[in-house]
Design a protein around this ligand. Sequence first.
Ligand SMILES: C[S@@+](CC[C@H](N)C(=O)[O-])C[C@H]1O[C@@H](n2cnc3c(N)ncnc32)[C@H](O)[C@@H]1O
Length: 369
Amino acid sequence: MIHPPNSFHLQRYPSTTNRSLKAWNASDEYMIDYLRSIQLPRTENLVIYNDHFGYLSLHLSDVEPSIVITKKSQEFAIRENAAKLSVDLKETQFKSPLESFDSEVNLAVIRLPKSMELFKHFLHQLSFSLTKDAIVVAGFMTRHFNKSMISIAEQYFEEAEQSLARKKSRLLIMKHPKKTITEFPVINNIPYTFPAGEQTEIKQYPGVFSSKRIDVATDLLIQHLNIQDDDMKILDLASGNGVIASAVQYQKPEATIHLMDDSVLAVESSKMNLRNGEVYFHTTPSLTDINEKNFDLIVSNPPFHFEHENTIEITLRLFNEVHAALKAAGRFVLVANTHLNYSTHLKRIFNSVHQIASSNKYEIIQAVK
Ligand SMILES: C[S@@+](CC[C@H](N)C(=O)[O-])C[C@H]1O[C@@H](n2cnc3c(N)ncnc32)[C@H](O)[C@@H]1O
């Protein structure tokens, strides 16, 4: 059975002091209502995508859905909410966005992601397992409508229709899947030249930060990377496709390099870009999970967009974690949009903070513990 909307009261993990940020939205409620209103196949084989804090997973828990995890923070939040509300979720229900499903799928629900490339990746992954009569429902807030969601849906389905709006949300209902033969997963190749002239192609899966080119701010940080003789243990925080860690590796191949990112597809992408050596990959939203301390240097192009939400809270928590993970007098070097004014926040945490370079829009800040 599918529980009626709002049968479970969920919390955000990590919690937030911003009271406007909620653990679910009207499109989640709409998706659950819609599934309750239609004639479901007798043996549902259901897949959930991009469930932020567990609203979909918990309301659909009785049918033991597969839950595709693109961000480790989502998995933590779903597990926390399930445990708190005494809902049993099995280990085998959690799936990677890169694996194929063991059995046929006749129903899927998607909280539409901000990245249309990621939406396409979800449909692509599903396309190999959907039954002829499968229904895929994507929920979104009307203000986040994007024309390309329709054209993407039409690449994979004969029928893609929008519902009426309800509480400023809509559903995109997809039926009659087309046969797909394209190779999965898609890998994007981004040409890049490191400062000393080495040319490479950075590889990444869909939905990973800056998919068409290396980000301008990232490039600025790489141009100003100054690794010192005693920088032997180095972390790329929020590492994305790993291009910054890769630049570190070019400058200092003998260093121990750690990469950490919340996104599963980002970390899996970076594994294709780093060369052999002492390199460690961590998929997690928090430095406290990786159990590593005494870094000589931490470099970062830190996150400040979280899907459609802009909040500095997570970034500030990461700054505090960076301080705890550095050795005494260790350095944190980051790039940021100047308007974010990160120096003010960093000065409250670090001993000395100064700008080491800037362009018209971005600055590179060094904070010393
Ligand atoms: C601005 S991008 C930088 C990516 C990469 N370093 C680059 O320069 O191309 C920020 C990255 O932060 C990641 N991210 C978001 N929240 C995070 C968190 N709590 N912990 C670690 N990484 C996070 C995102 O997945 C994204 O890859």
